[in-house]
Each structure stands twice: as C-alpha cells, then as structure tokens.
Design a protein around this ligand. Structure first.
Ligand code: GTP
Ligand code: MN
Ligand code: MN
Length: 371
C-alpha cells in the first residue's frame, strides 16, 4: 500500500442503501451540526430541507476517517451548498455558528419542547406558538383542548422524553412476548427499529409481530392490547386496523408514507425493577415506574420480510431504499411488498437478503443501516 502524506480524498456511493453505516462515527461534530439543522427544518415543517441536511450528514457518517479539509469532500454526493458552508464553518472554527444560534433560538426551543409532547407535530406546535404558547406551563394554563394522545403525552412528558436503554427495551420485550404468546401460542415477536440496528438507547421500542401460519395473525392486536391493559402495562394506547386489503390504490403505492398494518402506538408503564428511579423534582416522591413509548405492528407472514426491512430503519436508510427502487430499478418498495413496474408483477421475498437481491443491492445487515 502507498503511504500518502496528503489528506485522503473520500469516495462514497450515491444512495445510503449502497453504503455500510455503522454506529461508529468519525465526524460527530459535523454530523451533529447538520442533524440539528435537519431537525430544525423538520420542526419548521420544511421536510425537503430536512432531508437535504439528513443526506449530507449520512454521507459524512459513512466516512472512514475524520474530515480535515473541504478538498477531501470533492466529488462526494448529497453535499449541497448550504451543507458545505456548515462543514467549512466547523472545520475553520470548531463549531457551526448557524447550528449554535439555531440551538439558542427561542423558536427552536419552543418547537422542540412542544413537539416533545407525544401526539404533537410541527403544525400544532407552530399554531400554539402563534397564540403565545411556548412552554408546557403556558400550554397547561391556556386551557387549550388536547386530544387523548396529547393529554397522555403531557402527563407522561418526562418519561416519554427520557431515552430508553437497551435493558429497558429488553424488559419491555419480555412483557410483549408474554402478552403475544398468551393470546396466540406460536406467534413471534421481533425487536425492530433502532435497537435492532444495535443502538444503545432509543426514543421508543419497536416490535413486529407475526405468526408462521398465514391468517392466524388476523385480529391479534386487540387481543394483545386487552391482555396488556388487563395486566396494567398500558398508560395509553391507540390501535389502528389493518387497511391494506381495503385500499384501492394498489398495495405497493400507499396513499401516504404510513403503511397499513394493524398497529398500536402506546405508552407502557415499566416497573423500575431494581433500577434507581430518577427524580423529576427533588421534593417529589420517586415513581417506582417509568413511561416508555412502544410501537407494535402485526404483519402476516407473507409480508414479514418487507415489514421487517421497513421497520428496522434508519428513516433515511428506508427513504433511500425506496428512492433507489424507484429511480434505479423502476420498482416500488413498501413495508408490504416490492412491485416491479417493468414486469408488472410483485417480487416475492421471505428474507431481507432476498429483497436486497431483487433490488440489485449488496446485503446490508441492520447494524450497518445507521445512515
Ligand atoms: P429511535 O426510536 O429514535 O431510537 O429510532 P428508530 O430508528 O427506531 O425510529 P422510529 O422508532 O421512529 O422508527 C423505526 C422505523 O419504523 C423507521 O425505519 C421508520 O421509518 C419506521 N416507521 C415509523 N413509522 C412508520 C410508519 O408509519 N410506516 C412505516 N412503514 N414505517 C414506519
Ligand atoms: Mn424506535
Ligand atoms: Mn417507533
């Protein structure tokens, strides 16, 4: 191998799904700045700008070494003018002035606090801010009507906004496993989301439920939820029915990004089990439990591989998979199916490996989908 004295020039493929992105990040200062600007764009309901910053951050996450000069980035994909300006600022001064001033801004802080309430999105938060509500205290005092999700979100604000540990995710996993096998023996529970990718903490815990016999999973969610409720494990839940078969617009092309599995957004009550419970206020009695956001999804076994791939993330990796499928392969990928628009047929798969193969991509394991 050559020994080069000058800084190395990096090369990165265009789509995040062509790259192996582990949790090891050699450019955290840069990606933190870009991620913060992405978050701000999303909070301002400007998703296009958000995606652009997310893509730029993902390219830097994929680099094998810290970036030391802009010239190393020549020819890399997804680095727009704005992102390059942010990178240059960090390389020259050690931090991004735009990210720092955004972080300090009252509007960003208010949007973040208000959208931290489960059930509150950027539009609702912006509307409240326009009406003079910037804090939880002001919201409580305002007498604004909250829906059921938002009421639960406000009540369990501290728990829902505290990162979930892997140990807590495993404890929830055991509860879900017990619930599922109690109401349908033989049903299987798989941990998805960030924890499947090897993350050590998460904002929630995600599970995919199926049964090896097609059809046996039908109507499973309400039974699981009833069981959990009867045991006192749920602080909040909202179940939505499977609408996949009822839809008219074709299975691989859902009307929105939302898929149509039977699913349940919930807040679990997790006992402290020996852990020292954190005090939210010094004079408050420590709670012997904490609130944890949990997502449950039920999939028929015939769609399991697609659901597993779709619910493992990261969000950007998923978005890039669909972009790759559409633009490079003329296919439509969803969490239900893969449709080949040229052959006008569905491509079956029983494993994630098969889906990558259909898409003409090298297989990327979950731990390397942290784009
Ligand atoms: P943390 O929870 O923050 O640790 O990260 P995460 O990667 O687990 O994120 P999240 O729980 O938000 O989502 C997990 C995966 O589920 C991601 O790949 C999302 O794209 C996917 N996901 C979330 N909501 C939906 C949805 O409505 N439909 C589909 N198909 N996928 C979704
Ligand atoms: Mn998650
Ligand atoms: Mn989730």
């Amino acid at each position: 191998a050559e020994c080069l004295n000058f800084a190395m020039v990096f090369s990165v493929p265009n789509y995040a799904c062509q790259r192996r992105t582990t949790l090891e990040n050699h450019n955290a200062v840069l990606t933190d700045a870009l991620s913060l600007l992405a978050e701000n764009a999303e909070l301002e309901d400007e998703d296009g700008r958000g995606v652009a910053f997310r893509r730029a951050a993902a390219v830097l996450k994929a680099l094998p070494k810290p970036v030391t000069s802009l010239t190393q980035l020549r020819g890399l994909p997804c680095l727009g003018e704005h992102s390059l300006r942010v990178i240059q600022d960090v390389l020259e001064t050690g931090s991004s002035s735009e990210a720092e001033s955004t972080k300090q801004s009252e509007r960003f802080k208010a949007l973040k606090v208000l959208t931290g309430i489960f059930g509150v999105g950027p539009k609702t938060a912006a509307w409240w801010i326009r009406h003079g509500i910037n804090t939880l205290h002001q919201l409580r005092a305002s007498g604004h009507t909250l829906n059921r999700a938002q009421q639960a979100g406000l009540e369990h604000y501290d728990g829902v906004n505290r990162p979930v540990t892997k140990a807590e995710a495993d404890a929830i996993g055991e509860i879900v496993e017990t619930a599922v096998t109690s109401v349908l023996p033989g049903a299987q529970v798989t941990l998805t989301g960030g924890f499947r990718r090897g993350k050590l903490t998460g904002h929630d815990v995600d599970f995919l439920i199926t049964h090896p016999e097609e059809g046996r999973e039908e109507g499973l969610m309400p039974k699981v939820v009833s069981w959990l409720e009867s045991q006192g494990f749920l602080l909040y839940q909202k179940t939505t029915r499977n609408s996949y078969l009822e839809s008219k617009d074709g299975p691989a092309r859902p009307a929105s990004n939302m898929d149509r599995f039977e699913r349940c957004f919930s807040i679990f009550k997790l006992d402290a089990c020996g852990r020292q419970p954190a005090l939210s206020q010094a004079d408050e009695e420590p709670k012997p439990w904490r609130a944890v956001r949990v997502d449950l999804v039920v999939s028929p076994i015939s769609q399991f591989a697609f659901a597993l791939l779709g619910w493992t993330g990261s969000k950007l990796f998923e978005r890039e998979l669909r972009r790759w499928a559409g633009y490079e392969k003329t296919m439509s990928l969803s969490s239900h199916a893969l449709y080949d628009n040229k052959q006008s047929r569905y491509l079956k798969a029983t494993s994630e490996e098969e889906i990558f193969a259909h898409l003409g991509l090298e297989y990327v394991p979950p731990s390397e989908r942290n784009a």
